[in-house]
Design a protein around this ligand. Sequence first.
Ligand SMILES: *Cc1c(COP(=O)(O)O)cnc(C)c1O
Length: 427
Amino acid sequence: MKNLSLETKCIQGGYVPGNGEPRQIPIIQSTTFKYDTSEDMGKLFDLEASGYFYTRLQNPTSDYVAAKICELEGGTAAMLTSSGQAASFYSIFNIASCGDHIVSLSTIYGGTYNLFAVTMKRMGIEFTFVSPYATDEELEAAFKPNTKAVFGETIANPALAVLDIERFANAAHAHGVPLIVDNTFATPYLCRPFEFGADIVIHSTTKYLDGHGATTGGCIVDSGKFDWTRYPDKFAGLCTPDDSYHGVTYTERFGLEGAFITKATAQLMRDFGSTQSPQNAYILNLGIETLHVRMPRHCENALKVAKFLSENEKIAWVKYSGLESDKDYALAQKYLPKGSCGVVSFGVKGGRKAAEAFMKKLKIAAIATHVADAHTCCLHPASATHRQMNDEELIAAGVSPDLIRLSVGIENADDIINDIKEALENI
Ligand SMILES: *Cc1c(COP(=O)(O)O)cnc(C)c1O
C-alpha cells in the first residue's frame, strides 16, 4: 500500500506479517543465527548477501522498528542504536575523522555538546558552534575546507529554539556537506526535516518516540538524497573501497539510498557495538504505535501551560514557540504547524534560587533528568544536564542560569496548571 497517512504508519509501518504470522512484531531474542554452510555465512560477512548473523550488528526486531521510523521520516534506510548519544556520535563519525571539522548549532542538548566539544575533540574532530540566529556572514565564516557536516536540533533541548532547516540545509549544501538534524523533540509527527532539505535525521527514541520513559534508544535515518559521489575525496569512506570489508565501496554497492546506513552498521556497529536490544526495540515500537495520539495532547497541554505562565506575575520569561509573542513563532508556523511539542522553558523571578525553591514545591511535576514522556517532569539544566558548562557556554547554548525545563505530560492540563500555581504561591 502506498501513500499511507502518518497515523497508519505509526501502527502498521515497518512490519507486514505473512499469513498466520504474529500480528505484533516478534521479539527475536537471539544473539546469533544459524546457517547450513560456511559459504552462506561468508557471503554475509562480505556484505554480498543480506541476512542476520550476529545481533551486535543487526537483529530483525530492531530492524522492523527502524523500518517504521524510516517510513515515518520519509527516508530510505535506518538503524537503531542503544541511545540517542550513540546515534549522534555515529551520524558524525560515519563521515568525519581525525583532522575534520563540523559546524554545529550552539543550541543543542547538553550531552551532545559534551560529546562534541570534549570527547570528539579528543578524537581530533573540531567543532565550530553557531547560533540559530547567526547572520549569513557569521554562518558562512563557520565553514572550513575540512568541514564535513552541519548539525542542529529541530527544537533545541532545552533552549527550544526552532531550527530554520531550509536555511541551514542550503548553507550546508552550498559547501558540499550534509545537514544532520536531531529531530528528537519534534518527532516525525510534528516535523519531517527531509521535506525541508535535511539529509540525515537522528533521534533519541528515549523521548517521545518511546513516550513512556521506559527504554533508552536512538535511531539514524538517511534521506538517501545527499550525493556523496559528487565529493568523492571529502567522503572517501563512502566512495572508495573499504579494506575492512573486502574492498566494498558503499555508494557503488548500496546506492545513495543505502550507503550511509550500511557503512554505519558494518563499521561502527561492528566496532563500537552500541546495539539496541530486541526487547527495548519491542517496547519502543509499542510507544510509537500511539505517537500520533499522544503528540497532539502534549502540544495542547504545553500551550495551555505556556499561556498560563506568560500571564503569571511571578514568572520572569517563557520560551515556547507556540506562543504568538515568541521569537520563533514564525519558524514554528512553518516547521511545526501541528504544535511545538510538550516542552516549555521559563524562568521564575528571583533567578536560580527561586527556580530551585519552586521546583521543590511541585507535586505532579517530578524533578527528573528525563524529558518528553507521558509524565510531567521538570529540570534545572544549569545544575544538572548542563552543569559542565560555564556561564558563557550556558548563554551560547540558550540556557540561562534560571532556566527551568518543564516537560508537560499528557495528564489533565488543569491538574498540571494547578500544581504550578500552588508551587508559585508557596515561594
Ligand atoms: C536526550 C537527548 C539526546 C541523547 O539521547 P539519549 O537517548 O539520552 O542518549 C540527544 N538529543 C536530544 C535532543 C535529546 O533530548
